[in-house]
Design a protein around this ligand. Structure first.
Ligand SMILES: C[S@@+](CC[C@H](N)C(=O)[O-])C[C@H]1O[C@@H](n2cnc3c(N)ncnc32)[C@H](O)[C@@H]1O
Length: 242
């Protein structure tokens, strides 16, 4: 499942560079939305975490607040620059997910949030994430669902898909198949938690949330296959002898 596009990888990189230059953190969700990924991984203080396509470092910040040693990689030089200023205790590197600058078996946890659907060669990027992870590593990937009204009507039929940012989507079964074919076992699938997090924020009013504390994990009130985005918690399957 390699994505095709009218845009080149350099075009996509340039689009993200200018988006971060113009919008900075406003392009993304606020920091409150990120600790849930570390929570769902069950990552423990002192463990290492690699965030692939880390953007300006929101997940790196959430991970370091929970005592993890965080490292990031992103194709956008501007994102990496912002991330290294925002989270100096982590280290972000400019790199394509398809060729990560890390040794085999380095990380206890690997995350990739809102980005796998944007990669040109998904199997190559998945192989890289698997390679740099330890054998007992856990993975948290948030990916977009193609079986929603927003995707099918708004983005596909009405042409609102962001092609310059190489936006794409697959359905639940296709994601599962892609991960299985590339050596990942699915431990859990959750719905995107963002709407429920926003609701809780409304009830909290001006009170700030403690980002180190776990939060309730929301379950979908519609079948999982129709939720907006999926959060996959995965493990590395043993290499198959070929
Ligand atoms: C929607 S943003 C998500 C950023 C971050 N994961 C977050 O949730 O805050 C997608 C990110 O993917 C990065 N990206 C896109 N293609 C990439 C690739 N081939 N390798 C590494 N990063 C990539 C972009 O630069 C951008 O920062």
């Amino acid at each position: 499942m390699t994505a095709s596009s009218d845009y080149t990888q350099d075009d996509v990189r340039a689009w993200f560079d200018s988006t971060y230059e113009e919008q900075g953190f406003k392009y993304l969700r606020p920091i409150d939305a990120y600790p849930i990924f570390v929570q769902l991984l069950g990552a423990r203080p002192g463990e290492s975490l690699l965030d692939v396509a880390c953007g300006p470092g929101l997940l790196l910040k959430a991970a370091t607040l929970r005592g993890l040693e965080a490292t990031g990689a992103d194709i956008s030089a501007r994102a990496v620059e912002i991330a290294n200023q925002y989270v100096p205790e982590a280290q972000a590197h400019e790199s394509n997910a398809e060729s990560l600058p890390f040794e085999d078996g380095t990380f206890d946890n690997v995350t990739c949030i809102g980005a796998i659907e944007r990669f040109f060669d998904r199997p190559k990027a998945l192989a890289e994430m698997r390679r740099v992870a330890r054998d007992d590593a856990r993975f948290c990937f948030m990916v977009r669902n193609a079986s929603t009204l927003v995707w099918t009507l708004w983005r596909k039929l009405l042409g609102k898909q962001n092609k310059a940012g190489h936006q794409d989507a697959l359905d639940l079964e296709q994601w599962k198949e892609l991960f299985a074919q590339n050596g990942f076992g699915v431990r859990e699938v959750h719905m995107d938690q963002w709407w429920r997090q926003r609701l809780r924020k409304v009830f909290r009013g001006f009170r700030k949330r403690d980002l180190r504390r776990d939060e309730p994990v929301a379950r979908p009130w519609i079948p999982m296959r129709y939720v907006n985005e999926f959060i996959f918690i995965l493990e590395k399957l043993p290499d198959t002898a070929s």
